[in-house]
Write a protein that binds this ligand. Structure first.
Ligand code: HEC
Ligand code: HEC
Ligand code: HEC
Ligand code: HEC
Length: 401
């Protein structure tokens, strides 16, 4: 096999000498779309591919609609009121997006679920975002794949690539200096929106400074963007999506010290035969002895599970209390709308505060580390939300129901 590859490399090299070294290293893709698959890398990197396949073991999930029933009220009229479960391993992205009961009319829903779609956007251009979901789904094979973070590059050494074009479009070729071991994750673990006209996936920020709930809300307000209009309140609502990148980069202790997502979620492992490799099972650091050792380099003998769980308990309790308060605000607003006794101007004032309060709350709720990435940031989001809920309640108090 190697010999054939080498021969192919020399042939290509004769035509274009610059390609010689690269073509000799990467397997020749057999898929029609020209993407090198995990299976094709297996011969070269058996340990890495085995660890990648092990993502399938991360399949335990809960339904947030069961644990937090008030969500159905807050998200009324939107897909997340129908189906909203916790995240699982990368092996499941593709099948999960198909199975979800949330509507997925267009192919843009595949943006963060499959490397095949990423390659299709890169090869055919942005119009594929508006293709029919059902039509394209059948031709998608890989979930998050090697291509997602390495393109089809030679992988002799660490060779990361940002393949999701909307990231480059938003941040520019220099990516505002964000380390590739952070940004390759941030391609998907990030807030995004679909352009109302072209349906293309877009980022609401242009650098690190414009990340975070405040700047993003201002951005959406300015463009008059809403994810949906809620029928009972008439409010034009926003839905935040897993802003791990923004939460992490907004002044967290670890980001300030230069740690990357890969440092805590991947790390190095040693195979049975003694080979050291970068572990590609993306998991909680609390579930891996090697990663816990890494934490201990700085946290010494601190019980890390205890440290992490204490923060998460504080944040999730605050989220629940505030979520119920938000749900009460929504009921109050819906009643004020239904009574027909208030002017649109009066209602709009409350609607606008409700939209913003929901946004700040959601930004914290949907972040997957539940405060562990940046507890100060999580507390700030919730405090801001509560302030807005209180202001809205005051205004609601003088309306007629
Ligand atoms: C979600 C992103 C992502 C995917 C998908 C991914 N990798 Fe990686 N890979 C990384 C990151 C990040 C690093 C560097 C880790 C670090 O910074 O320590 C890396 C490092 C590597 C390295 C360098 C190892 C070394 O010793 O320097 C190889 C080889 C590699 N990956 C192969 C693969 C293969 C093969 C696949 C598919 C089975 C794959 N990767 C899928 C993110 C990814
Ligand atoms: C191509 C998009 C994509 C990229 C790139 C990506 N992820 Fe993910 N990741 C997802 C999606 C989507 C899920 C949720 C899958 C599901 O629930 O079906 C997920 C799930 C996870 C989970 C499991 C969550 C849980 O609760 O068990 C971890 C951990 C994770 N990602 C970490 C990372 C890290 C670290 C990187 C970078 C090295 C990365 N991801 C890069 C899309 C991506
Ligand atoms: C200092 C270590 C550290 C860094 C750096 C870090 N994380 Fe995490 N991450 C954690 C911890 C701790 C949790 C909570 C794990 C748990 O609940 O068991 C977590 C949880 C997660 C989860 C949910 C997975 C789960 O099993 O609960 C995802 C997804 C995730 N991180 C992605 C990222 C991304 C993307 C980055 C970079 C932008 C990143 N993390 C940077 C430590 C880190
Ligand atoms: C390079 C040193 C270093 C490494 C490695 C490191 N941390 Fe930290 N971490 C710190 C420092 C310093 C702080 C701030 C003081 C404190 O809370 O202990 C911190 C804070 C934290 C916090 C509180 C964050 C917050 O926003 O409140 C958590 C949780 C945490 N670390 C978890 C981890 C986990 C889990 C790992 C391993 C996967 C890890 N850390 C690896 C240095 C490190």
């Amino acid at each position: 096999m190697k010999k054939i590859l080498l021969a192919a490399g020399i042939l290509v090299g004769l035509v274009c000498p610059c390609l010689l070294t690269h073509a000799a290293e990467a397997p020749v893709p057999s898929a029609e779309n020209g993407m090198i698959t995990a299976e094709e890398w297996e011969e070269t990197f058996p340990e890495i591919v085995a660890s990648y396949n092990a993502n399938a073991a991360n399949s335990y999930r809960i339904s947030y609609l069961d644990t937090d029933p008030y969500l159905k009220n807050i998200y009324e009229g939107y897909g997340f009121a129908k189906d909203y479960t916790s995240a699982v391993g990368h092996s499941y992205c593709l099948e999960d997006v198909y199975k979800t009961e949330r509507p997925h009319a267009l192919a843009n829903c595949l943006t963060c679920k499959t490397a095949d779609f990423t390659k299709m956007v890169n090869d055919l251009g942005e119009e594929v975002y508006s293709y029919d979901f059902e039509e394209l789904y059948g031709s998608m094979v890989q979930s998050v794949g090697c291509y997602s973070c390495h393109e089809n590059k030679e992988l002799e050494e660490e060779n990361l690539a940002v393949t999701h074009s909307y990231i480059t479009l938003a941040l520019g070729e220099e990516y505002d200096g964000i380390d590739p071991s952070i940004l390759t994750c941030g391609q998907c673990h990030i807030e995004y929106y679909f352009d109302p006209e072209t349906k293309a996936t877009r980022m609401p920020h242009s650098d690190i400074a414009s990340m975070g709930p405040e700047a993003t809300l201002a951005f959406y307000d300015e463009m008059g963007f809403a994810d949906w209009t809620q029928e009972s309140t008439g409010a034009r609502m926003l839905k935040a999506q897993h802003p791990e990148l923004e939460t992490y980069l907004s002044g967290s202790f670890h980001a300030n010290m230069g740690l990357t997502c890969a440092d805590c979620h991947m790390g190095k492992s040693i195979s049975e035969t003694g080979t050291e490799y970068v572990n590609h099972t993306w998991r909680s650091p609390l579930e891996d002895a090697g990663l816990l050792q890494y934490c201990a380099q700085c946290h010494k003998d601190t019980d890390m599970a205890q440290k992490v769980h204490a923060i998460q308990a504080e944040i999730t309790t605050a989220e629940k209390e505030l979520g119920m308060k938000l749900s009460d605000l929504k009921d109050g607003l819906a009643a004020a709308v239904a009574s027909g006794k208030n002017t649109e101007e009066q209602l709009d004032e409350v609607r606008s505060l409700y939209r913003s309060a929901q946004w700040y709350w959601d930004y914290c709720y949907v972040e997957n580390a539940e405060g562990a990435h940046n507890s100060a940031f999580a507390r700030d989001c919730l405090a801001k939300s509560e302030e807005l809920i209180d202001q809205a309640m005051d205004k609601l108090g003088v309306l007629e129901v």
